[in-house]
Structure formats: C-alpha cells, structure tokens
Design a protein around this ligand. Structure first.
Ligand SMILES: Cc1ncc(COP(=O)(O)O)c(C=O)c1O
Length: 374
C-alpha cells in the first residue's frame, strides 16, 4: 500500500499530487439527499459499494438509513466485512465452487445475499450453504435490457421455484439496467425504465404463476433511480455513483423528478511543465480511469487531453484565451470521467473538510476493496 498523500490536519495546499480527494461537505450533502429521497418514497436504499470500495463510507451510508450495501465481487464483500460492514448483497452471480464455499463461510458472520441466474448456480450455492450450515438471501436476476446477466423474465418463476425447493430463501428479483443509466436525455432514460418495468412485471407474473410471491424488486442506478422509484415496482434502490458524481453522470440531462448531486470526488494535480501554448499536469490515466471519457477541469476554462500514463495536457477551451493557462506549480482539480474505476486506482481517499480552496484534511480512508476482482 502506498503512503497517503497527506497527513490528517494538513491544509489542502499540502496534499501531495496526484491524489484522490473527497470533498466531504459535498459528499455528505449527496449522502443526505439520497437518504431523504429513499425515505420520502418509502424505499429501501442499498447503495452500491463497488463505487467507493470503502467500509468508512458504507458505514456512513448505513448510519444515514441504508439497509446495507451492494458489491459485485465476493472478495469485495470479504474485504468490507473484514472492515466491519455487516449487511452485504453481492448483486452478481458467483459460480465457482471454491468461491461459493467462501461465500457460505462469509454468510456465517454477516447478513449476506447473492444473485443467481442459472440452475447450476442455484444447485452449487445450495450445496455450499449446506456444507457450511449457513444461509443467504437469494435474488433471481432478470435481463431487463442490458443483455448481460439474468434470465428471461418468463423464466424467473421456474428459477425462484428451484431456489425454494432447495430450502433457500427467495428474496426477490434483481433488475438493474446499466445501459439506461447514461442515456443523455431524461426522456430517453424514462422510456428505458418503462421498458425495464414491463419486463419486471412479466417476471413477477411468472413468479406468481409458479405459486410464489416476489418479496422485493431491487435495482436502479444514479441515472434512473427517480424514474424507477416512480414506477411503484422497485422496493430497493442500488444507486452508487450519486455519492461522488463523476463527469459522465454530470453530462446527463437533469430531470425535475430527480434530486441533484454535486461533484465530491476529485483528483488533485499540479502543473509540472508549461509552455506558451499548454500546461502539463502530473495526473494521467494511471490517476483516473478514462473508459467513460476524460476528466473535466474544475472551475477553469481548460480542456484536458490525455498525455499518457502520468501526464495530462491542458489547453484553453473554445471560449477561453491563453491567459487561462495555469502557471508552473499551480494546483488543478480534475473531475474524473468515471468514479468506480478511478477509485480502484488508489489506495486511499484524502478526505477534506471545508472545501477545495482552503479546507483541511479531516481523515484518510483506506480503499478497502481496491483490486478485489475475484
Ligand atoms: C448491479 C448494479 N447495481 C447498481 C449499480 C449502481 O449504479 P451507479 O453507480 O451508476 O449508480 C451498478 C453499477 O454499475 C450495478 O452494476
């Protein structure tokens, strides 16, 4: 693990670069906004911790009313459980027997749930839980338009039936449409949710036809949660990115139906080279993920272009002049294009209270499940 970029009590000016920085005031406003939204709509909130990978943050979310958190990988669940998170849903399939044996052991010490989308997966899960003498909640995942995991809605009833016939707890449906989250137009996202919900209803009908009830539908992300909530079909929201609000999400058209969130995650960088035409900062794509596009330069009329692993090149944007270029040694704050994989590049969050201009480092939080891909 690397050394943190600052000590607790240091001023923002003294945070070494490049560093992954949380604006704690903004993050706490985002956290409270989503918690209030879930409360007002009488929905459970189970934020996705694949985004922040931090037990400290998961605990703040639970303290604000979340019922627990989601993760995508077993090793993420193990890392967060080791750091004191006690209610975790692996919203994903686990199929390898040796992993299922670990999952069954984990279920002995925390409240655990997992998604399934195959009869083989259910058989293996049941076998592992029996061997360990533990139990989990089991969600049947349906494909609601992403073309990724999940059974066809009409097959949900048969799989749920298989779950209960093994003596396992059928907890409901996993229905997350990742493709809908970044459709830019609010109307486009709302239309995608209408399609998703028709598929969820078909899956619920298939469960009813198999003689069972569907206790809960869980899903939704930061792009669609307000539309999902309005359908009356979802009982639990899994949004994750709302907490940090990356550039890609900020590029979505907002909707009057959804509360707004602020950028709360930044990469602090420094100008390390300067010419008459451009400035170069010390943060390249080893400091921030670029799968969803390049970072936005915060509060400057500058365009960031990729300078490689360790460099970013800044030029005035279309409306600015060369006078906008920062000087050698200046600080430049970047808003990452995609928060989840950006977080996965760092060992720590430097947590700042009091704003990026003159705040103070209040804490260093480890990124507990960094690199937990298995
Ligand atoms: C299954 C699942 N649920 C919820 C989310 C949360 O989405 P977001 O971080 O976009 O809010 C994701 C993100 O990819 C996901 O894969």
């Amino acid at each position: 693990m690397t050394r943190p970029a600052a000590a607790v009590g240091a001023s923002v000016d003294d945070i070494d670069t490049p560093a992954l920085v949380i604006d704690l005031d903004a993050m706490q406003r985002n956290l409270a906004t989503m918690a209030a939204f879930a409360r007002e709509h009488k929905l459970k909130l189970r934020p996705h911790a694949k985004m922040h990978k931090s037990a400290a943050i998961a605990k703040l979310q639970v303290a604000a009313g979340a019922v627990g958190v989601c993760v995508q990988k077993l090793s993420e669940a193990e890392a967060l459980a080791d750091a004191g998170v006690s209610d975790i849903y692996i919203s994903n399939e686990v199929i390898a027997p040796h992993k299922l044996a670990r999952l069954a052991q984990l279920a002995r010490r925390i409240t655990l749930a997992v998604a399934v989308d195959s009869t083989l997966g259910v058989d293996r899960l049941a076998e592992a839980l029996k061997a360990a003498g533990s139990s989990v909640d089991v969600f049947v995942e349906i494909d609601v338009g992403q073309g990724r995991c999940g059974v066809a809605p009409a097959a949900a009833g048969a799989l749920a039936h298989q779950v209960v016939s093994h003596g396992l707890r059928f907890a409901g449906l996993q229905a997350y449409n990742g493709r809908a989250q970044h459709l830019r137009g609010a109307d486009e996202r709302e239309a995608a949710v209408r399609h998703t919900v028709a598929l969820v209803r078909a899956a619920q009908a298939s469960i009813t036809a198999s003689g069972m009830v569907c206790p809960l539908v869980t899903g939704a992300g930061s792009g669609t949660f307000a539309f999902d909530a309005a359908t009356g079909v979802y009982g639990e929201l899994q949004a994750g990115s709302y907490l940090f609000m990356d550039r890609d999400y900020a590029d979505n058209q907002t909707s009057a139906r959804a509360p707004q969130f602020e950028h709360a995650l930044f990469v602090k960088s420094q100008v390390m080279s300067r010419s008459t035409s451009h400035a170069v900062v010390d943060a390249g794509h080893k400091s921030h993920a670029i799968d969803s596009g390049l970072p936005r330069v915060w509060q400057h009329e500058l365009e960031y272009s990729n300078g490689g692993d360790e460099h970013g090149i800044l030029r005035p944007n279309a409306t600015a002049t060369l006078a906008e270029l920062p000087r050698l040694g200046d600080t430049v704050w970047l808003v990452p294009g995609h928060c989840d994989p950006t977080v996965n590049l760092h060992d720590h969050f430097v947590v700042v209270r009091g704003g990026l201009a003159s705040g103070v480092v209040e804490a260093i939080w480890p990124i507990d499940s960094r690199g937990c891909l298995v």
